[in-house]
Design a protein around this ligand. Structure first.
Ligand code: UGA
Length: 443
C-alpha cells in the first residue's frame, strides 16, 4: 500500500515515522524546502524524543521518503493522510486554509482511487466538506473517499503516544474505508473505535476540551484553596483515588498552553455558538485559563508594589517540559507584562530559548543555565517544570538571589522546606509559609 502523509509537523511527521517503523512505505510531503532537506539527512525539524531515530531507520531502510513534489507523491497514492495545522482564527474558529490547500492539491494530482484520511483537528462536518470539495475539483475521473482519524498524541511523548496509543478512532462512511484503515492499523495492536466521520471529529474536540476543563476546574479549586487554607496537591491526591475521577490532568498551575487546548476549546465554543448553542462548561474553561495565566504576576505586584527596576529570573519558557514549542505558553504574556512594567528580565529554558528569542529579540537577557538567571535576582518566576529547573536545590536560590522570593507556577517545591531554608515561596493552591525572618504567615 502506498501511503503519503501531507504536512511534517508534530502530527504528520510522527504519523509518517511511526507508520514506516511498523513496516509501511510512507512518503512525507511538505512545502518547506529546508525541512525536507533536514529530514533527508535524518534530522528532525522538531524536537521530539525518539523521532530522529525513527526518521533515520525509515530512511535507511528505504521505507520513508521526503519530497516537495506533491503531484508525484499523490498521483498513485492508495492512502493520503492530512496532518497539516488548523490554527486559530481571530474570532476563535479553526482556520482550515491549510487543509483545503492540501485537498486542492490532492484533487488536481490523484490519478487513481484513494482514501484521504484527515488527522488534523477539524470542526465537525469538515470531512464531509473536504470529500465534496475534492469531488468537485478532481482533474481525473477517480473516486476519493474521506475518513476521519483524529490524533491523540501529546508533544514531548508523541512517538510513545502513537506507538502505544490508548485508542485509534476511525470515522468512516463505508466498509471499504473501514477495511483500509483496519489494515493499516492492524500492526499497531491498539483498541479501535469505529464510528461515523462526525462523531470521530467530535471525539477529538470533546477529549481535548474535557482535559482542558479538568485543568481549569482544578485551577479554580486551587485558587479557592488559597483563600480557605486548603492544599490543592492534597485535594488532587484525595480525589484521584476515585477511579471515576482518576489522577491525570489534576495538576494545578498557571494554566494550560500549547497548540491544542487553547485553540480546540475556542474552536468548539465557536462552533457551538455558530449552531445556536452555548457550551457553558467550555466557555468557563477558557475564562478560567485566561485569568489563571496572570495569577502569579498579580501576586508579585502585590508583594513588591511595583516591578519596575527589579531583576527578575524567569525559569522555563515552553508551554510544558519536553518540547521547544512556545505556542500559547503562559511565559509569553507574563514576560510581556514584566517588560512593560519596567523589570529587568533574565530568562532560562533548556530548549526553548532560540524560539523565544524570535518573539522577544529585545528586552530579555537570555542565559544558558539557571544559576546565571538567579544570580542577584530580586525574584524568580517558574513557568515550566523542566527537570533542569525542578532539580535546582532551594539552597541555591537562597545563595544566589538578592532576596530569595519565588513565584512558582508549577508547584515544583515543598512549601515547608522552602520556609525552613529561608526562601519566600509562593505557589498555586498552597499556603505560603513565610520564613521566620519575614515574620509569619504570608497567606
Ligand atoms: C494535548 C493532549 O494531551 C493530546 O491528547 C492531544 O492529542 C494534543 O493536545 C493535540 O490535540 O494534538 P499537548 O498540547 O501536547 O497535548 O500537551 P498536554 O500534555 O496535554 O498539556 C497541555 C497543557 O496543559 C500544558 O500547558 C500543561 O502544562 C497543562 N497541564 C497539563 C496542566 O496545567 N495541568 C495538568 O494536570 C496537565
Amino acid at each position: 500500500m502506498k501511503i503519503v502523509v501531507a504536512g511534517t509537523g508534530y502530527v504528520g511527521l510522527v504519523t509518517g515515522a511511526c507508520l514506516s517503523h511498523l513496516g509501511h512505505n510512507v512518503t512525507c510531503v511538505d512545502i518547506d524546502e529546508n525541512k525536507i532537506e533536514l529530514m533527508k539527512k535524518g534530522i528532525s525539524p522538531i524536537y521530539e524524543p525518539g523521532l530522529e531515530e525513527l526518521l533515520k531507520e525509515g530512511y535507511e531502510q528505504g521505507r520513508l521518503s521526503f519530497t516537495l513534489d506533491y503531484k508525484e507523491a499523490y498521483k498513485n497514492a492508495d492512502v493520503i493522510f492530512i496532518g497539516v495545522g488548523t490554527p486559530e482564527k481571530e474570532d476563535g474558529s479553526a482556520n482550515l486554509d491549510y487543509v483545503f490547500i492540501v485537498a486542492e492539491q490532492i484533487a488536481e494530482s490523484v490519478e487513481k482511487d484513494c482514501l484521504v484520511v484527515i488527522k488534523s483537528t477539524v470542526p465537525i462536518g469538515t470531512n464531509d466538506e473536504i470529500e465534496e470539495f475534492i469531488k468537485e475539483k478532481s482533474t481525473h475521473k477517480v473516486s476519493v473517499e474521506v475518513a476521519s482519524n483524529p490524533e491523540f498524541l501529546a508533544q514531548g511523548t508523541a512517538v510513545k503516544d502513537t506507538l502505544s496509543a490508548s485508542r485509534i478512532v476511525i470515522g468512516v462512511e463505508s466498509k471499504k474505508a473501514e477495511k483500509t484503515l483496519r489494515d493499516i492499523y492492524e500492526r499497531f495492536n491498539q483498541p479501535l473505535v469505529i464510528t461515523n466521520r462526525r462523531s470521530a471529529e467530535m471525539i477529538k474536540y470533546a477529549s481535548n476540551d474535557f482535559l482542558a476543563l479538568k485543568i481549569s476546574f482544578i485551577n479554580e479549586i486551587a485558587n479557592l484553596c488559597e483563600i480557605v487554607g486548603a492544599n490543592v496537591e492534597d485535594v488532587s491526591k484525595g480525589m484521584s483515588f476515585d477511579s471515576r475521577i482518576g489522577d491525570k490532568f489534576l495538576k494545578a498551575g498557571i494554566g494550560y498552553g500549547g497548540s491544542c487546548f487553547p485553540k480546540d476549546t475556542k474552536a468548539l465554543h465557536w462552533l457551538a455558538e455558530d449552531n445556536g448553542y452555548e457550551l457553558k462548561t467550555v466557555k468557563a474553561t477558557i475564562e478560567v485559563n485566561e485569568n489563571q495565566k496572570f495569577r502569579l504576576v498579580k501576586k508579585a505586584r502585590k508583594r513588591f508594589k511595583r516591578l519596575r527596576g527589579l531583576r527578575i529570573a524567569v525559569l522555563g519558557l515552553t508551554f510544558k517540559p519536553g518540547t521547544d514549542d512556545l505556542r500559547e505558553a503562559p511565559s509569553i504574556p507574563n514576560v510581556k507584562v514584566l517588560i512593560n512594567e519596567g523589570a529587568e528580565v533574565v530568562a532560562y529554558d533548556p530548549i526553548g530559548v532560540n524560539n523565544f528569542k524570535k518573539l522577544f529579540p529585545q528586552g530579555v537577557h537570555y542565559v544558558d543555565n539557571p544559576e546565571s538567571a538567579l544570580k542577584d535576582a530580586d525574584l524568580a518566576f517558574i513557568f515550566t517544570e523542566w527537570n533542569e529547573i525542578k532539580s535546582i536545590p532551594l539552597t541555591r536560590y537562597k545563595a544566589l538571589m538578592k532576596q530569595a522570593v519565588i513565584f512558582d507556577g508549577r508547584n515544583c517545591y515543598d512549601v515547608k522546606e522552602a520556609a525552613e531554608i529561608g526562601v519566600e515561596y509562593h505557589s498555586v493552591g498552597r499556603q505560603a509559609i513565610l520564613p521566620d525572618f519575614f515574620g509569619g504567615d504570608a497567606k
